[in-house]
Design a protein. Structure first.
Length: 160
């Protein structure tokens, strides 16, 4: 249950609704990204962006409503829930991928070969050319029930 209040913004004279939550929102699902720990900073950012784009386009219910500012400028929708970022060794990333596939969980992948391509067609061809067990994974994105995702990323640590 939530209540809406009108208040004055300290940044201007617009009336802004303020939501008072009676209880925190708790999601039954989880979005997680697991990155290989040896990636450069730019690679971590790039891989994360690609992995979550797969989740956002493949699972429409994870996307919230469009944003609007006080001037009614509309902005793109974003995820409706937090994204947890983890890191680990390549072995743990591979094990998480295996668990996600075995549990039939929504999963996106990023392999080392994708750093050398420049478009979606070549990215898909690079993944398609390698058997699942031989993918050189640098990251995986996972969406599913909280407890299932927690088991999938078990052994990884939160990204600093």
């Amino acid at each position: 249950m939530q209540r809406m209040y009108k208040t004055r913004s300290r940044f201007g004279s617009h009336d802004l609704p303020v939501t008072a939550e009676i209880s925190p929102i708790r999601f039954d699902t989880r979005i997680a990204v697991l990155l290989r720990e040896d990636l450069a900073d730019w690679q971590r950012l790039n891989v994360t962006a690609f992995l979550v784009s797969g989740i956002g386009t493949g699972i429409p219910e994870v996307i919230g409503e469009p944003y609007r500012d006080a001037d009614e400028t509309e902005y793109l929708s974003m995820f409706r829930q937090p994204v947890l970022i983890f890191e680990s060794s390549g072995e743990v990333v591979a094990r998480a991928h295996y668990r996600a596939v075995e549990r039939n969980t929504a999963v996106s992948v990023f392999t080392s070969e994708l750093f050398g391509t420049g478009n979606d067609r070549d990215n898909r061809a690079a993944v398609r050319a390698v058997p699942r067990e031989e993918l050189d994974l640098v990251g995986v994105g996972v969406y599913g029930p909280r407890n299932a995702v927690d088991k999938i990323v078990k052994g990884a640590r939160m990204h600093p």
